[in-house]
Design a binder for this molecule. Sequence first.
Ligand SMILES: Cc1cc2nc3c(=O)[nH]c(=O)nc-3n(C[C@H](O)[C@H](O)[C@H](O)COP(=O)(O)O)c2cc1C
Length: 336
Amino acid sequence: MERSLQDSWILGGLTVPNRVVLAPLAGIGNWFVRLQAKRFGAGLVVSEMVSSFAIHYGNEKTLTELLRIHPDERAAGSGGPISIQLFGHDPGVMRSAAATVAEAGADLIDLNMGCPVPKVMKTGAGAAMLKDPDTAVAVARAAAEGSGLPVTVKLRASNLPGQMEGVEVAERLVHDAGVAGITFHPRSAAVRHKGTPDYDLAATLVERLPVPVIVSGGMHGAEHIRWVFDHTGCEAVMLARGALGNPWLFAQVLDGGGPEPSRGQVLEEWEWVLDRAVEHLGPDRAVRYLRKFHPWYIERLGESRAVQDAMQRAESIEDQRTVIRSLDPVLSSAAA
Ligand SMILES: Cc1cc2nc3c(=O)[nH]c(=O)nc-3n(C[C@H](O)[C@H](O)[C@H](O)COP(=O)(O)O)c2cc1C
């Protein structure tokens, strides 16, 4: 039977309404970015990575901001599950953090064993876990025990190019720690996010594992993404950089194409993000936080360097909103 990205599937006993997933994105994947992805159809959304130590030691911002799940996230789109991604190398700390994540209302926990950033790897977390499968298994078991939730793990092909220890670690995580699924990013940690992912290796992992495999990496363009789904036989695909400021990609992948958004739709969505950031952080912090979001929308609209500079310089939300509105031909002609 022909497989479709619109089909539902089961992950750790939970029904996921389709096969298009929002990736964990550090410093970005908060509740409103997840909500946005869901509004455009994402079947499963994963939070930005959160430190298990920060949760365990009760860091206030971590608990109130990074673990915040908004009630609208539940209702939006097809109502798929919400996963919180944790990182950390200490099983005891992970057990305690996972319990807190379950209390915060997560449906699933994803463990980061793929982060290539030295600050994370030097603590033994992220992609460093590939060098220490016993700890990886202990951490995954602890997350499941502490939370009572299904646990998935996101990992890479290897630490160095041309290797594939990620495949063996994934097998151990499934067989020895009972993880419910694996997200596989078939690049080495050394190349970070560069180069073409090894989709043949992803297909090999799919064949070897008795649990769902979600494939991450290189997910740009609806046609290519559907090709990866077919080529690897994976259970689901995960959108990351391709979806930054581009939630339309979810709808396009699910609908088998679909139009690009109009200028008015992009501007409207950009203001939606502005409003949600204010709701999340208050106007003063939102101004700074949003500076990383603006370039995505500016690029999408084909706007100039001058607009970029104006947005980065704007010191209040109202100033940022004025710049956005000045780009709308309808609004700016009405104001003239
Ligand atoms: C800005 C940024 C932040 C990321 N943060 C995380 C993270 O918190 N956890 C994680 O597992 N992967 C993270 N990743 C990796 C992505 O989830 C994804 O695996 C990677 O970008 C490859 O997909 P792509 O080539 O389609 O972008 C991040 C990537 C980017 C670009």
